[in-house]
Design a protein around this ligand. Structure first.
Ligand SMILES: CC(C)(COP(=O)(O)OP(=O)(O)OC[C@H]1O[C@@H](n2cnc3c(N)ncnc32)[C@H](O)[C@@H]1OP(=O)(O)O)[C@@H](O)C(=O)NCCC(=O)NCCS
Length: 379
């Protein structure tokens, strides 16, 4: 593929829409939601404030934040039929389960047939509450546990961890999860958000658009990379000496294989989200008395930067961070969705508000037109 064809195939640097939600400057490593720098949001905002910001384009007042927290809390209970469906699913990948279950939620939504802006907003809030419960409950069931009823007094991150583990989470774990959710909430026209917007632009319902987003996030070039990073760290081995780590990564270079968690279509410098995730991975590792995954990740980062000039992306240090928190690998990408549902729904609402069908063209490279028809007996 020529560089030109490659760039076109990936719609590289193509501006496909206008949006008031996310500002991204890949050369300077800037990410901002509605003008607020991700570094400020990571250190000061809660995920609920971030949701409000993405959905309304401004920060909430205290009363508005309280209202949203109550709305999210009351959305956390899952329909009984969806819980039954969850139990009926065969052992499956977390993203496959989420795709099916998020789709099922659409059948039971009280606003299912109402496509008005007010109903779409209610569905955005409801989906954000429900997807966290889906992922937590599914994760718990995979470990043999039963569903935990949500505690309405808890914030979003705390409730997610509580419903996943069945125990009241420690403040440090809650804060780490809250920051991770804020960091993953939106990222302009990333592949899954674009997929959700393309779906929404046909004026389909919000659940269908979100299912398109979930299916797209699953891929290893997108959200699936965080699970692949952890699988790679485990394959190298927690007790591997430095030489084995180096040999493993250099082997991948030699075979021209990609290293999950590195590289980005937009950033030409450090992904600002990785800065926070690296720090959290280190802090949580230190608190847990096990810095091994973090140290291995740091060594891999140094090698990849030196040899390939590639920076870690959002999926690299989130892997060792979630592992240190005791979260199963199969939940890493679903947790990405627990956060990104806020960005997906913000973009879908924006698309609905100012819609035009998204329908690009392809340059035809098939057999010359016209071909002459040969009856089946003569082929
Ligand atoms: C994110 C990603 C899909 C962006 O892809 P892209 O913009 O299409 O870039 P390309 O895949 O064309 O990569 C450009 C070059 O960098 C190399 N490269 C990119 N990411 C790499 C990685 N993670 N490991 C090794 N080499 C990589 C490519 O091999 C290519 O080299 P070449 O020009 O010699 O062929 C890509 O970096 C990748 O596959 N990363 C690993 C998966 C991942 O972490 N995804 C999560 C993204 S947030």
């Amino acid at each position: 593929m020529s560089a030109e064809v490659k760039a076109r195939a990936g719609l590289e640097d193509i501006v496909a829409t206008t949006s008031r939600i996310c500002f991204l400057d890949g050369d300077r490593g800037v990410l901002a939601y509605c003008g607020y720098d991700i570094h400020d949001l990571a250190s000061r905002a809660t995920f609920e404030e971030t949701c409000f910001l993405l959905w309304h384009g401004r920060l909430p007042t205290r009363a508005e934040l309280g209202d949203l927290q109550s709305q999210l809390a009351s959305a956390r209970g899952l329909p009984e039929s969806v819980l039954r469906l969850m139990k009926m699913l065969p052992p499956s990948d977390g993203m496959d389960a989420l795709r099916t279950l998020a789709s099922a939620l659409g059948h039971y939504d009280p606003d299912a047939r109402d496509h008005s802006p007010a109903a779409s907003y209610r569905k955005a809030v409801r989906l954000t509450g429900q997807i966290a419960s889906l992922v937590a409950t599914w994760g718990r069931m995979q470990q043999g546990g039963g569903p935990i009823a949500p505690d309405p007094a808890m914030g979003h991150a705390a409730s997610f961890l509580y419903m996943l583990t069945g125990t009241r989470p420690q403040p440090a774990a809650v804060r780490a999860m809250d920051v991770a959710l804020t960091l993953h909430a939106d990222h302009e026209l990333n592949a899954s958000t674009f997929a959700a917007r393309v779906a929404a632009a046909t004026l389909t319902d919000i659940h269908s658009a979100i299912v398109a987003g979930i299916g797209t996030l699953k891929g290893p070039l997108h959200g699936g990379a965080n699970a692949d990073v952890m699988k790679m760290l485990i394959e190298i081995g927690q007790d591997a000496p430095a030489e084995r780590i180096d040999a493993f990564i250099k082997g991948k270079f030699a075979r021209k294989e990609k290293i999950s968690g590195f590289g980005h279509r937009v950033y030409r410098t450090e992904d600002p989200r990785a800065t926070h995730l690296r720090e959290m991975s280190k802090q949580l590792g230190r608190e847990a008395g096990n810095l091994r995954w973090f140290e291995m990740s740091e060594r891999i980062e140094a090698l990849v930067r030196a040899e390939k000039k590639l920076y870690p992306n959002v999926d690299f240090y989130s892997a060792s961070m979630y592992c240190t928190m005791g979260i199963a690998i199969d939940l890493y990408t679903p947790i990405f969705a627990v956060s990104r549902i806020s960005g997906w729904t913000a973009h879908v609402l924006e698309q609905f508000a100012n819609n035009r069908l998204i329908r690009p063209r392809a340059e035809y490279t098939g057999p010359v037109y016209p071909q002459s028809w040969v009856p089946v007996e003569g082929r």
